[in-house]
Design a protein. Structure first.
Length: 103
């Protein structure tokens, strides 16, 4: 330590080092801070369902998504099918019910 450096508790020491840390005797009490976003989340979901409209069919959407996925991986060459199978086995891509890409 430099001989001219202030020592702890010295009035010339920077104020930040003089302040007691939280949890030490004499330190200010901590205040809990919590925000409940439940009502906001419910409002957001209501807006999403309102935007989708009364004709939205979630099961139809899942069927369409599954059909699009099958079409995306259909007609693969032997090498592409091997890579696809490796990616499914590694958990990178979700597999189909049969474990093979649609043909």
């Amino acid at each position: 330590m430099h001989p001219d450096a202030p020592t702890p508790g010295d009035p010339d020491e920077p104020a930040a080092r003089n302040r007691p840390a939280a949890g030490r005797p004499g330190s200010p009490a901590l205040t809990d801070f919590a925000v409940d976003l439940t009502s906001h989340e419910l409002l957001r979901r209501a807006h999403v369902l309102d935007a989708l409209g009364p004709d939205w069919d979630p099961l139809g959407a899942l069927r369409d998504e599954s059909a699009a996925y099958d079409l995306l991986y259909s007609g693969l060459s032997e090498e592409q099918q091997r890579v696809y199978d490796d990616l499914v086995a590694a958990g990178v891509l979700p597999g189909t019910g049969s474990g093979r890409a649609a043909t």
